[in-house]
Design a protein around this ligand. Structure first.
Ligand code: FES
Length: 297
């Protein structure tokens, strides 16, 4: 086993805790002391399950403890590698883990910061919201999900945020609303929030940016979902920001939400949908064969 972090392979990159948070979403705490020490909110790691043939996938760090030497990854099993990762268990090791990568979030005392997370986007939002709170901001967190079973990290957010608003599309928990509903209400209050950070599906980030645009409230979005190998070489993460071409893994992953061309980004993301659906279907078929009773999505 090798490691690009220079950590001894015998103890590093080992999964020390694994939890299934919902149907396809998993949390893993991984022993990675050097990354845990260096990482800042907004940064990601690249992992590879097989040195010779494994694809490299970027995952944003959801939490970490420099003293205990672990980082937390939360991911959705959508492609072949994330399904293989989900099949690993406590005690198994990730062959290669590289990081922290990407530009950290710009954190300072802005005043009132509203952090909006949708679906799996709540994971990368978590360290940013905590960092904003530690910097002395008043922090309101809006957590959105399709249904109650898909709400993640609510308890962790409540442990430090001044206010947490949970919304579900189907009304099975919290408010029956899209995240833009409470965001609009907060933006219309006086005094207005000083900063909004939105992370989630591109369509959600687009409408969060459209909600804050008329009030001129600075809005940061994270485009991490478009990254492919995170090396700056494949070009898969190319986006248009303020009419300029940017690479999410090198120039981001965070950008001014009012300048991002979300429509072209969504078009590029849908280019991989067929392959992802095929991988998802095949992996579930394999998992069912290996353990009958696994739910089929
Ligand atoms: S993910 Fe490949 S260039 Fe950014």
């Amino acid at each position: 086993m090798s490691t690009e972090t220079g950590q001894p392979a015998a103890i590093s990159n080992r999964i020390i805790e694994k939890k299934q948070l919902s149907d396809d979403v998993y949390m893993m705490r991984i022993h990675a002391p050097l990354i845990a020490e260096e990482r800042r909110p907004g940064q990601f790691v690249i992992l590879q399950l097989d040195t010779n043939f494994g694809e490299r996938i970027p995952l944003t760090i959801a939490d970490g403890d420099p003293l205990a030497g672990w980082i937390m990854l939360i991911f959705q099993a959508v492609g072949k590698t994330t399904h293989r990762l989900a099949a690993l268990n406590e005690g198994d090791a990730i062959e290669n883990l590289l990081g922290p990568l990407g530009n950290p979030t710009h954190i300072e005392k802005f005043g009132h910061v509203v952090c909006v997370g949708g679906g799996i986007g709540v994971a990368p939002l978590h360290p940013i919201a905590r960092g904003m709170k530690n910097a002395g901001n008043r922090v309101t967190v809006i957590v959105g999900a399709r249904a109650r079973a898909l709400v993640i990290l609510e308890e962790q957010m409540r442990s430090f945020a001044d206010e947490v608003i949970v919304c579900t599309d189907d009304g099975s928990y919290g408010r029956k609303a899209l995240v833009t509903g409470p965001l609009k209400e907060l933006c219309e209050r006086s005094p207005r929030p000083d900063m909004v950070v939105a992370i989630g599906p591109p369509i959600m980030m687009k409408f969060c940016a459209e909600t804050t645009r008329p009030m001129g409230i600075p809005t940061v979005v994270s485009l991490n979902t478009i990254m492919v190998d995170g090396t700056g070489m494949c070009g898969g993460c190319r986006v248009t920001v303020g009419k300029q071409t940017k690479f999410v893994c090198v120039d981001g992953p965070e950008f001014d939400g009012h300048l991002v061309d979300f429509d072209s980004m969504m078009k590029r993301l849908s280019a991989y949908k067929k392959q992802e659906d095929t991988a998802h279907h095949l992996c579930h078929r394999d998992m069912q064969a290996a353990s009958p009773g696994t739910p089929t999505p």
